[in-house]
Design a binder for this molecule. Structure first.
Ligand code: ZN
Ligand code: ZN
Length: 326
């Protein structure tokens, strides 16, 4: 099979021929139909995350069909499944036993600890594969599997905030805005200063105000979600949320947060992060997706051009989400 593989931190990705992997006990073989390109992939390829397995096939927003199962599987050949970032958890630690498998110390992650979906085939632990509803094609569905799920987890962490700020209007924000609007919240979008295209895109998706991250929104906000990996946005967001409000950092990596005066945190504001996802997050969002219904905006690339997709994401040139098609 063809795969795009990272040999050394810092890149680049190389196209290689690998044997089709054999599913082990409890695993299924998935023929990849589409794999989203997540900002986390960029952090991995750029060497910004500490311990990727190398060599590594990245990719953790995988939509595919089951191509081979072992006896006793809950899936059949031909079933459509989604594979996300959460590849395996121990099931026995305090985190796992308290509904927080996203924090498991021994968790393994797709396209980081185990090979992912930048390939024609991959294997996955079937307990962590999501059965997918019909009604959305593979490419449209792929961004829901990380951008959508992390966005969802961040939105839940924001509580019942009615006025929601969203910093960084990329793949996650364009999905979470639709969910938030469907829930009846008001959305205020912050983009790179001067990025008129992203501001127009946010408005099309239902943001009632869109401006640069250095601009003041027309009124105070109840919560803000930060999807851009820019530490300076943390004090910026704290300054625009009202007393009792929450700022959620949703990325896996962020540049250093500059010092800020205590008074912008005081007033019972909460600053927190969200990390990874639980299977329950996935079930909740995937159940809602056809009801809302969620629509993704995607830019498709052939698998061999994964490096170009990452470069476009790095440069902020992707409207919505980039998706690879093997
Ligand atoms: Zn655990
Ligand atoms: Zn991701």
């Amino acid at each position: 099979m063809r795969a795009m593989r990272l040999a050394t931190a810092g890149g680049p990705l190389e196209q290689v021929e690998l044997p089709v992997p054999e599913p082990g006990p409890g695993q299924v073989l998935v023929r990849v139909g589409a794999c989203g390109v997540c900002r986390t992939d960029l952090h991995i390829v750029d060497g910004e995350l500490a311990h990727p397995r190398l060599p590594l096939v990245p990719g953790h927003e995988v939509v595919g069909t089951v191509a081979h199962v072992r006896d006793g599987s809950r899936f059949a050949v031909g079933d459509r499944v989604g594979v996300s970032w959460l590849a395996w958890t121990c099931g026995s630690c305090d985190y796992c036993r308290s509904g927080r498998e996203n924090l498991c110390d021994r968790a393994r992650f797709t396209g980081y600890d185990v090979d992912g979906g930048y390939a024609e085939y991959m294997v996955a632990d079937e307990r962590y594969c999501f059965p997918l509803p019909a009604g959305m094609d593979d490419v449209s569905f792929a961004p829901l599997l990380c951008a959508g799920l992390i966005g969802w987890r961040a939105l839940v962490a924001a509580g019942d905030a009615a006025r929601l700020g969203v910093y960084g209007f990329g793949a996650a924000a364009h999905i979470v805005t639709q969910v938030a609007r469907w829930q009846g919240r008001r959305v205020f979008a912050f983009t790179r200063p001067g990025d008129a295209d992203a501001q127009r895109f946010a408005a099309e998706l239902g943001a009632e105000w869109a401006g640069g991250s250095d601009a003041a929104p027309p009124e105070a906000l109840d919560a803000a979600l930060i999807f851009a990996p820019v530490g300076a946005l943390v004090p910026a967001a704290l300054r625009v949320v009202t007393k009792g409000g929450t700022v959620v950092c949703a990325g896996i990596h962020m540049s250093e947060i500059p010092a800020f005066p205590y008074e912008i945190l005081w007033g019972e504001r909460t600053l927190r992060s969200v990390a990874n996802l639980t299977r329950r997050d996935g079930e909740e969002l995937l159940r809602l997706a056809p009801t809302i219904p969620l629509r993704t905006t995607t830019v498709a690339y052939p698998l061999a051009r994964a490096g170009d997709a990452l470069a476009a994401l790095r440069a902020g040139r992707i409207t919505g989400a980039a998706v690879l098609i093997p």
